[in-house]
Design a binder for this molecule. Structure first.
Ligand code: BGC
Length: 757
């Protein structure tokens, strides 16, 4: 393939090369028929294929029917990479059947704020979980010979002014939080394309960002795929190409009218042909990769994919609360059930915007529950609230009447379509007043109430103490209704865990003071403290913590073992824990491993998720779960030296059932083989005092200035903050030259660094 690419680069004219770097239409690239280079189709994604019926159509309201799987926030709540891979394989097969060569997904932006309008399309607030989910999805789709587009690279974490906003984020935060899911997915799964975002990052548009595209993505991470622009994100193609973009999308007549001008720029030497060739080579690679398995006869099995969608959705459901073991419902013990809330019959199952799929069919919880319950249990139903966003007292009264007469009430509520759409952030995290009221009214008359939620992102629950059970059903896709029925009736034991923190109030959230910015800039002022990292650092108790989720059985953790007590940053550490199912039902548990840096020189979170595994256990069964950590799992990003740095010291290994439910802990000592941050003219005396070797240098050179001899505490406090450079002014170091030589001697004594020539 690489040889053929080089051959083609020699044969293509400049005009043809330019045409290859831009779409021919909304969803396809240009073909070069004379050389047998076909056009390819790129379509949305991510939780289903959105193939508009014609190439010029947006397909936003109607597209060719395809399976609508649960959206990303649901998928990530399964914490099951094997399952996500299966979803990817099914999506890949549907792409083959619909002649789609690149599926525009997955979205792996970070949930900085629960207000983010596309949070339903993104996996998590945690970069490791988000990165692992994205990688599994990519591997699944690409195993079918269909490309993916990891999006939106990077810091497209809000919808307000999404096409222009400048995300201001410090380098440590950028690397540790926002780039990390992309880095993990790129390194693990090599998506064949990556989509550059609309927004700016630190003052430079993401589509023309040499540092992000050329240095980090293509350089450091060794990315060999295509960087494609988000639709209409490019301002000037020459700037984008120079910055590291390869393909501008979409290709409208207006965009293509630019082609002759760009060809001229190449002829005039104003746009380097080398840059153009690199982009074209990547695009040709993509075309070869994605057309190898193109198959006009391909089909997909709608029923099998619907069944998969139901199974997947049921694995994503999170049991938030289950007092008195009200769930699962046991039909043998019930004579009647009240199903309440319009969503039971008219489900909210996906979000609005470019990800909107026309499903092949649609299940609702009411039909599925009724069918599964059979004739023995009487089912009563009431809407409870109208379609419009208003409280209707008559509907509330009707629902309460129905609930009062039944053995148990199941209330379906959530966020209506208009609350979660691409292009718009939420203004608050509240459910509609009519939905909140329904819960209140039902709980007043029915002690056995279950609430089932449909929403793509965290919501507040002012009534949380009232119902006995709460199920988070997310936006469960076209089979979400059946999945919820399966969980309610215990046909599936819930095993989902929250992929994001549910806060009590919006004011408690990490980005509250800095979201969505002033219309031009948004400052990522919370730094690395996103999601649970923030709540933990501030000691704010959330409504439900990250990683939380109950089961119909119980699990016991024991016997935490580390393969070594002392490691270096070059070693692997194997962490093993025994997990036993102590209840009387088969179930699955998500084992979460967090690492805590006991003492660090830079601000670090209380703990960070580094690995996880989902394990399936029969009643009474126990299994050893092994998780592996590497040096990088202990590192922070040292912005001053632009490197991942493992600071030597003690680290705690915390294993548990959620971020707030740590069951076992152990300590490992990590030794660093990396150089410590070097000394410079502005190193302070307190920093120098940490190194006896450095103190020794001072003692030898200037016995009278040795900082260890400062006895008085108040003098010491002042002295300790003084950088070396000031000692020249104070006359304690005789000259600038002496200062430089002193710094060199410190570096030599402490780090063994030889003076540079
Ligand atoms: C969205 C992308 C999407 C593209 C094509 C853009 O507005 O941000 O996620 O893939 O449109 O529909």
């Amino acid at each position: 393939m690489e040889e053929r690419i080089q051959e083609l680069l020699r044969e293509l004219t400049i005009e043809e090369k330019i045409a290859l770097t831009v779409g021919a239409s909304t969803w396809s690239t240009h073909a070069v028929e004379r050389l047998g280079i076909p056009a390819i189709n790129l379509n949305d994604g991510p939780h289903g294929v959105r193939k508009p019926e014609s190439d010029s159509d947006s397909g936003l309201t109607h597209a060719t029917p395809a399976t609508c799987f649960p959206t990303a926030s649901a998928l990530a709540s399964s914490w099951d990479t094997g399952l996500i891979r299966q979803v990817g394989e099914a999506l890949g097969q549907e792409c083959l059947a619909l002649d789609v060569q690149v599926l525009l997904g997955p979205g792996t932006n970070l949930k900085r704020s629960p207000l983010g309008g596309r949070n339903f399309e993104y996996f998590s607030e945690d970069p490791v979980l988000a990165g692992e989910m994205a990688a599994a999805w990519i591997q699944g789709v690409q195993s079918k010979g269909v490309g993916t587009s990891l999006k939106h690279y990077v810091c497209n974490d809000q919808e307000t002014h999404r096409m222009t906003i400048n995300a201001q984020v410090d380098p440590q935060t950028l690397r540790e939080v926002y780039l990390l899911p992309f880095e993990r997915a790129v390194k693990k799964a090599s998506p064949w394309t990556i989509m550059a975002a609309y927004n700016q990052v630190n003052g430079v548009r993401a589509v023309e960002h040499p540092e992000l595209l050329r240095e980090i993505l293509k350089g450091e991470w060794g990315y060999d795929g295509v960087v494609v622009s988000d639709w209409f994100a490019v301002n000037k193609r020459e700037d984008a190409l120079s910055g590291g973009l390869d393909l501008e999308m979409p290709g409208t007549p207006a965009v293509n009218a630019e082609n002759p001008r760009l060809a001229q720029l190449v002829r005039d030497g104003l746009l380097s042909e080398e840059v153009l060739d690199e982009a074209v080579a990547r695009i040709l690679r993509l075309i070869f990769r994605t057309t190898a398995q193109r198959n006009p006869g391909a089909t997909f099995d709608k029923e099998a994919h619907h069944a998969l969608a139901r199974k997947v959705a049921s694995e994503c459901v999170v049991l938030l609360k289950n007092e008195d073991n009200l769930l699962p419902l046991e039909p043998e013990k019930l004579s009647s059930i009240a199903i309440l809330g319009r969503f039971a019959k008219h489900p909210r199952f996906q979000g609005g915007g470019s990800s909107h799929v026309t499903p092949t069919k649609l299940e609702c919880a009411y039909d599925e529950l009724t069918a599964l319950l059979g004739d023995a249990v009487k089912v009563h139903y009431a809407d409870g609230y109208p379609e419009e966003d208003r409280v209707d007292e008559t509907l509330l009264r009707e629902a309460a009447e129905v609930a009062k007469a039944a053995d148990v009430a199941v209330v379906f509520i959530g966020l209506p379509d208009a609350y979660e759409v691409e292009g718009m952030d939420r203004k608050h995290i509240d459910l509609p007043p009519s939905h909140n009221r329904l819960v209140e009214e039902i709980c007043r008359v029915q002690p056995n109430t279950v609430v089932v939620l449909s929403n793509g992102s965290a919501v507040a629950m002012p009534w949380v103490d009232r119902p006995k059970a709460i199920l988070e059903g997310w936006l469960g896709g076209q089979a979400g209704g059946g999945a919820v029925a399966d969980v309610l009736l215990g046909r599936v034991n819930p095993s989902g865990k929250l992929s994001e923190t549910f806060p009590v109030r919006l004011e408690d959230t990490p980005a509250y003071l800095n979201f969505p910015g002033d219309g031009h800039h948004v400052r990522y002022g919370e730094g690395v403290f996103v999601g649970y990292r923030y709540y933990e650092k501030k000691g704010i108790k959330p409504l439900f913590p990250f990683g939380h989720g109950l089961s119909y059985t119980t699990f016991e953790y024991s016997d935490l073992r580390l393969s070594k007590d002392v490691i270096t940053d070059q070693d692997e550490l194997k962490v093993t824990v025994k997990v036993r199912n102590t209840g009387n039902r088969a179930g699955k548990e998500v084992v979460q491993l967090y690492v805590r840096d006991v003492e660090a020189t830079v601000p670090r979170p209380e703990k960070e998720l580094k690995a996880f595994a989902k394990v399936s256990l029969e009643p009474g069964e126990a299994k050893d779960v092994e998780l592996v950590l590497t040096g990088r799992d202990f590192a922070y990003y040292d912005a001053a030296r632009s490197m991942w740095y493992v600071e030597a010291g003690e680290f705690e290994i915390l294993v548990g059932a959620s971020s707030a439910d740590i069951r076992c802990r152990a300590v490992v000592i990590v030794e660093s083989t990396q150089p410590k941050p070097g000394f410079h003219e502005f190193t302070t005396l307190s920093e120098i005092l940490q190194y006896p070797e450095a103190v020794e240098v001072i003692r030898q050179l200037m016995p009278h200035a040795a900082p260890t001899e400062i006895q008085d505490a108040s003098v010491a406090a002042i002295m300790l903050n003084i950088p070396l450079a000031k000692l020249v002014k104070m006359g304690l170091i005789p000259s600038e030259e002496e200062l430089r030589s002193l710094v060199q001697r410190f570096n030599e004594a402490v780090h063994g660094l030889k003076p540079s020539a």
